[in-house]
Design a protein around this ligand. Structure first.
Ligand code: ADP
Ligand code: MG
Length: 201
């Protein structure tokens, strides 16, 4: 039963998140839900590291292009191209500029359903439609329309793994095994133990 609480997600506070002084606010949201921080460092990524990061999942180019086209269509707008791969070629170049522009905080968060919980708290990719109460919904107001017109990546403060498989690849890409710290948090007993024994004196 211990296995489920060992799920990990990779989270990066992007350069705009650091510049907006939201590091503490973002960490607070993941901390207070009960997730455990097991690795953290500040890095200025290289363009190569960013390209590798986004192409670790070989469906990313197709899926992200399709997601962008759908978002334009849903708003009754014409997408910049009907070819998902042409769209992601531009996005990837813009992402390299965005993600190498300043320091990024790289983290690994661990806990039950870590990947899904982290994404839920983060909110959808495009801040214009991210839910209120999420990080992207509460702290930023960008859209694909504005970012595409400005020929830049959409500024949405944080990256988080989209699936458990993606998380495993991303953690390996950014951290050495010894940088992931194995330790116990006292609150895990309250979050996960079957019985709440020993509370009363
Ligand atoms: P997420 O970060 O929510 O997992 P994706 O993996 O689809 O989103 O895309 C990676 C990042 O690329 C996004 O967070 C965003 O910064 C940028 N991006 C995605 N789609 C677009 C787009 N259509 N226009 C500009 N930037 C985009
Ligand atoms: Mg993604």
């Amino acid at each position: 039963m211990k296995k489920f609480q060992e799920e990990m997600s990779f989270v990066a506070i992007k350069p705009d998140g650091v510049q907006r002084s939201l590091v503490g606010e973002i960490i607070k949201r993941y901390e207070r839900v009960g997730l455990k921080l097991v690795a953290m460092k500040m890095v200025v990524p290289t363009a190569d590291q960013i390209e590798q990061h986004y192409t670790l999942d070989d469906t990313w180019r197709q899926v992200t292009g399709e997601k962008t086209i759908k978002s334009y269509m849903d708003k009754g707008l014409t997408p910049p191209s009907n070819d998902p791969l042409a769209i992601t070629a531009v996005i990837l170049e813009n992402l390299k500029k965005y993600m190498t522009s300043g320091p990024v905080i790289m983290m690994v968060w661990q806990g039950a359903h870590a990947v899904k919980i982290v994404r839920k708290i983060l909110g959808g990719t495009e801040p214009l439609s991210s839910d209120v109460g999420t990080i992207r919904g509460d702290f930023v107001l960008d859209s694909y329309q504005i970012s595409d017109a400005g020929k830049r990546a959409v500024r949405n403060l944080v990256h988080a793994s989209g699936s458990v498989e993606e998380a495993e690849k991303e953690i390996k890409h950014w951290f050495k095994p010894e940088e992931i710290i194995k330790y116990r948090l006292v609150q895990e007993q309250i979050l996960y133990d079957v019985n709440l024994d020993g509370l009363l004196e």
